[in-house]
Design a protein around this ligand. Structure first.
Ligand SMILES: [Zn+2]
Ligand SMILES: [Zn+2]
Length: 137
C-alpha cells in the first residue's frame, strides 16, 4: 500500500496518508477560499482511518464554522492550512500541495459557480459538479 508523507508550512505537523484517496477535485467554494487564501483548493479526500498524524498533533487546530459540518485544520505554530476533517463522511481532506510525491489527478471541479476566475480546462477535460451534488466540503 502506497504511503505519502505530508507536513505543514513549518514542518512541526507531520502526517502520513496511506492507500488511495476516495476523491480528488478542485473546490472553488467561498469557505475554502477564505480558509486557504487561495483562489481554489486542491481537495484530496482520504478515509480518515488512512490518515495518521506522526508528529505535532497537539499543534493541530480544528475550527468548525457553525454553518458547516467540517473542521478546518491548521498548524498553530505557523498558521499553515492542512485541509479539513469531515466527520459526517469519515473523510479527511489533506491538500494535495502538502503531499510531495502524490500524483494529484483531479477529475472535476466543485462549487465552480463561485470561481473567482475561469479555469480554461474545465470545459474540455473536467466535469463540473455543482455544490448541491457534492455536498458541503
Ligand atoms: Zn506549522
Ligand atoms: Zn470548498
Amino acid at each position: 500500500m502506497a504511503e505519502y508523507k505530508a507536513q505543514c508550512f513549518c514542518g512541526s505537523v507531520r502526517l502520513s496518508v496511506a492507500g488511495d484517496p476516495v476523491l480528488q477535485c478542485y473546490c472553488h467554494c467561498m469557505t475554502c477560499r477564505a480558509f486557504s487564501g487561495a483562489a481554489f483548493t486542491s481537495v484530496v479526500l482520504w478515509p480518515t482511518e488512512q490518515v495518521r498524524f506522526d508528529d505535532g498533533q497537539a499543534l493541530v487546530h480544528r475550527f468548525r464554522r457553525e454553518d458547516r459540518p467540517s473542521f478546518r485544520l491548521s498548524c498553530t505554530a505557523c498558521g499553515g492550512a492542512l485541509g479539513s476533517e469531515l466527520p459526517h463522511l469519515a473523510m479527511t481532506d489533506i491538500y494535495a500541495g502538502l503531499v510531495p510525491g502524490f500524483s494529484f489527478e483531479p477529475t472535476y471541479h466543485i462549487n465552480y459557480e463561485h470561481a473567482v476566475f475561469p479555469i480554461r480546462e474545465v470545459s474540455q477535460s473536467s466535469r463540473i459538479c455543482r455544490s448541491g451534488q457534492a455536498g458541503p466540503v
